[in-house]
Design a binder for this molecule. Sequence first.
Ligand code: ZN
Length: 159
Amino acid sequence: MADAALDALYQEIILDHYRRPRNFRPLDGATCTADGKNPNCGDALTVWLKLDGDRVSDVTFQGVGCAISKASASLMTEAIKGKTRAEAVALFEQVRALVTGEAGTPARKDLGQLRALAGVSRFPMRVKCASLAWHAMKSAMDGAAGGGAAPSAGRVTPP
Ligand code: ZN
């Protein structure tokens, strides 16, 4: 597909997830949660996770933010649901490499719709927006790793 056509497709995916964010609600019975804030842009969201053993049985988010931050959060919930903790973190690393345009990052076919975030690498100001929900997701999981059944609240501001 030509670059222009691909850009248009990716833009369409971003806008669709921004206008109709998936899994946009608090999660009953969440086992962990974390807030993410990006003061530069005004993005602020909360991610809820329900871990069933080592697997993400459900994941939701809610908050306010720009198109990129909300679309990325929405795509994140669809991407990691059903994944193991390790798989979710691996996906986080791939997305981080994708949006930062890390040199030598192969275009991963298995990223699916997440590849729509690739364009963010051309806008360094937007990298924080795109990675916000992912940092929150990882922070929630890290909190859950340490402490029993009690819901954990983490707070994360991406570097
Ligand atoms: Zn933003």
